[in-house]
Design a protein around this ligand. Structure first.
Ligand code: 5RP
Length: 241
């Protein structure tokens, strides 16, 4: 089965958890896009939902499918966000931001009663960090921000190359909020909570791609089926859909 088939399978299970009348956060990336496609088809059949997209790309996709959209200004509390992830560990801690939407993704997920993460099984890891951690920074004072990230993260035992993300043209990648993304090649993040705290101390850092204590459920599609992992944050509670 192709990666796209697995993403679609995970998206289908997530869609089965959507109820009429829900206010939804719509994630960003190829897996989230599979969910938005399926949701669009349901909306055409009459499903009543109201959605907040986590990026301009998702906004355009959802609008083209006729999905009713709103903003967090109009609807500050959502029922459910469905989004992808770059890495998922056993405690449902995530790395997100491969698509550069981590700031809006975190705002929308945090405004939601529940967050469901959808992914293919390649995203499951024992330890976070092989995927470079995206860090959103303001353009002003970039050099000072990079130095402070290096200094503070070294203090918590994490080191790695910091790379300012660029487009194929060589221009810096800009987020939907006009910021830069620094991809931190840490390889191994033994203590995500400590790293998250350290990054929050850097004034030029707007957000980082560690999602800790935010995801409630991960729906992970692999060769052996679709695994639904509930975050109890106390033990491992898994079942197969
Ligand atoms: C975008 C994200 C995506 O959810 C993440 O990059 C996964 O993308 P994909 O589903 O295409 O693998 O965080 O900022």
């Amino acid at each position: 089965m192709s990666a796209n088939d697995l993403k679609r399978q995970a998206a289908e299970v997530a869609l089965s958890m959507v109820e009429p009348g829900m206010k939804l956060g719509l994630g960003t990336g190829s897996t989230a896009a599979a969910f938005v496609d399926l949701l669009g088809a349901k909306v055409k059949q009459g499903l009543d939902v109201l959605c907040v997209p986590t990026s301009e790309a998702t906004r355009a996709q959802a609008a083209a499918l006729g999905i009713p959209l709103t903003t967090l200004d109009e609807e500050p509390f959502l029922d459910l966000t469905v989004d992808g992830a770059d890495e998922i560990d056993q405690e449902l801690r995530l790395i997100k931001g491969g698509g550069g939407a981590l700031l809006r993704e975190k705002i929308v997920a945090t405004a939601s009663d529940r967050m469901i993460v959808i992914a293919d099984a390649t995203k499951l890891v024992d330890t976070l960090g092989r995927f470079p951690l995206p860090i959103e920074v303001v353009p002003f004072g970039l050099g000072a921000t990079l130095s402070m990230i290096e200094m503070l993260t070294r203090d918590c035992g994490v080191e790695g190359e910091l790379v300012v993300r660029k487009l194929a043209s060589g221009e810096p990648f800009k987020t939907d909020s006009g910021n830069l993304i620094v991809d931190a090649h840490y390889s191994v993040i033994d203590d995500p909570e400590m790293l998250d705290e350290a990054l929050k101390m850097v004034p030029g850092v707007v957000e980082n791609g560690l999602f800790i204590g935010i995801a409630d459920v991960a729906i992970v599609a692999g060769a052996e089926g679709v695994k639904v992992i509930e975050a109890t944050y106390e033990g491992d509670d898994e079942e197969y859909a």
